[in-house]
Design a protein around this ligand. Structure first.
Ligand code: NAG
Ligand code: NAG
Ligand code: NAG
Ligand code: NAG
Ligand code: NAG
Ligand code: NAG
Length: 478
């Protein structure tokens, strides 16, 4: 289940439901949010779920009921991954019910988001594992964690969550799995239907080989450098014991050409934040010290504070440091997560969303440095194979201007699964325009690009994102 913890991953859990949330815990209801003075389009809940008997592991969630039909729309679990990043990234910056506006007073103003994924689904934003976002443990030894632990904790959370919100598991579509539940009526049946992964790190070789062809195809390096690199590396750009010095030197040249770009969306501009003088600039790629400008009224971020994924992100086993860990305690003032950080650390907000006080569990960080994370799951490809062969629907989507996890890698590994092509590469449309390209495979595996989008697709292309999301949930053709 390592796919739960890829870099910026969306996992989807579809549970077709009936009956409104009458038995949902009243105490978890969110009725008011600082910065927003309208009425909520649907019910919101937030709070903690203790997943162990000792109540040592407390996972925090924010649940948004569907604005369409909560009783029939699917339930989706959203995980931002990282590892170590709060799923409130998705809530604040990507597809939550509000658009957050940064104001001069620093208290963000919230506007309803026309393209919220709660338009068509019930959605749980989960901070996982403990130590991330608002999730916590009194016992800090739980902050030493890994893929399997995180996955089993998230699963334990779901079981408990469905007990708290039983109306989301009692429905006619669940009858298929009723047989299981007859044995133990208190154990909820999770009617798992499928999942989506967006620009997810998947496999060391495929992702490791992705950058060079991406940089060439999209016009960032010369054809001469591309041909030279291709020949010297024998098309194997992933660093291995067979990598020659000539190949490494040429790959370095490719890196040098692209390093000033905004890694998460090569179309977005960058500027140098002059306040960054507190640590050694030479130790990190220059682009990490830059914030972008934008002409959009509610700006998208120009930096994402994540784990230390290098260019050509890898999923090698082992300890995965976060940027703050790399920087050994220096403040990272270049990161533009101001709106989320201001809002989620506001005591008035924390009270409304039922998060423990900062004095008790520490401040909210988009990506925490307090967990010590070991990657053990390796390549995700076999997980995808098992899941798709078990009948779960999968949508592998990719913002085609993300250089962190370039689409070339995702395109290659989905193809390498060897499934029959059932819907040959073609444009897909949104709002009467080409929104990207898609290729459909047997076993309900779909690969989809989003034209002009960066790493966090719904942040850059909210309308198109809601379109493909709705179609996927409804089982429609892209
Ligand atoms: C509250 O809503 C009113 C209109 O209903 C609007 O004029 C006002 O600016 C809003 N205030 C804030 C702080 O959003
Ligand atoms: C939601 O769907 C159920 C089942 O189809 C239906 O009975 C109910 O009227 C719907 N509610 C709304 C508000 O459309
Ligand atoms: C994963 O983490 C858990 C909790 O710390 C630990 O018990 C387990 O041994 C770890 N697994 C591996 C393979 O390291
Ligand atoms: C390195 O080359 C040898 C011989 O061609 C091959 O057997 C081995 O799999 C290669 N290693 C990697 C990591 O590609
Ligand atoms: C895939 O399924 C097979 C057969 O059930 C199992 O042996 C294997 O461990 C699974 N692989 C993964 C990565 O889950
Ligand atoms: C694909 O998904 C559809 C809708 O969920 C389902 O009816 C169909 O059987 C699936 N096809 C395969 C090959 O799993």
């Amino acid at each position: 289940m390592g796919w739960l913890v890829e870099a910026l991953v969306a996992l989807i859990l579809l549970s077709l439901c009936l009956a409104i949330t009458e038995s949902a815990p009243e105490s978890a209801l969110v009725t008011n949010l600082p910065g927003f003075n309208g009425s909520f389009p649907s019910k919101h809940y937030a709070g903690y779920v203790a997943i162990d008997k000792e109540r040592n592991k407390n996972l925090w969630y924010y649940f948004v009921e569907s604005e369409r039909n909560a009783s029939t729309d699917p339930v989706v679990l959203w995980l931002n991954g990282g590892p170590g990043c709060s799923s409130m990234d998705g809530f604040v910056y990507e597809h939550g019910p509000f658009n957050f506006e940064l104001t001069k007073t620093k208290a963000p103003r919230l506007h309803l988001n026309r393209h919220s994924w709660s338009k068509v689904s019930n959605i749980i934003y989960l901070d996982s594992p403990v130590g991330v976002g608002n999730s916590y443990s009194k016992d800090k030894s739980y902050y030493i964690t890994n893929d399997t632990q995180t996955a089993s904790d998230s699963y334990a959370f779901l079981i408990e969550w469905f007990k708290m919100f039983p109306e989301f598991q009692s429905n006619p579509f669940m009858r298929i799995s009723k047989r299981k539940s007859n044995k133990d009526v208190t154990k909820p049946v999770i009617n798992f239907k499928g999942y989506l992964v967006g620009n997810g790190v998947t496999d060391p070789v495929f992702d490791g080989n992705a950058l060079v062809p991406f940089a060439h195809g999209i016009g960032l390096i010369s054809s001469e450098l591309f041909e030279e690199t291709k020949a010297a590396c024998k098309e194997q750009y992933y660093k291995s014991e067979n990598t020659t010095n000539e190949c490494s030197d040429l790959i370095q040249k490719v890196y040098d050409d692209v390093r000033l770009l905004n890694l998460y969306d090569i179309l977005e501009p960058c500027y140098h934040d002059t306040s960054i003088t507190t640590f050694d600039i030479g130790s990190l790629p220059p682009s990490f010290f830059m914030l972008g400008k934008t002409e959009r009224p509610l700006p998208v971020r120009k930096r994402i504070f994540g784990r230390a994924w290098p260019l050509g992100a890898i999923v090698r086993p082992g300890f995965l440091p976060s940027w703050p860990q790399l920087l050994a305690g220096s403040s990272v003032s270049c990161i533009d997560d101001r709106v989320a950080t201001a809002w989620l650390n506001d005591p008035a907000v924390r009270k409304e969303i039922h998060a423990k006080e900062k004095s008790e569990i520490g401040r909210w960080d988009l990506c925490t440095n307090q967990i010590h994370y070991t990657q053990i799951a390796g390549s995700m490809i076999e997980y995808h194979r098992n899941l798709t062969l078990s009948g779960y629907r999968a949508l592998i989507f990719s913002g085609d201007h993300d250089m962190c996890v370039p689409f070339t890698g995702s395109e290659a590994w989905t193809k390498a699964m060897g499934y029959k092509v059932v819907d040959e590469w073609r444009p897909w449309m949104s709002n009467g325009q080409v929104a990207g390209f898609t290729q459909g495979y047997a076993n309900n595996l779909t690969f989809l690009t989003i034209k002009g989008a960066g790493h966090t697709v719904p942040e850059y292309k909210p309308r198109e994102a809601l379109d493909f999301y709705s179609r996927f949930l409804a089982g429609e053709k892209m």
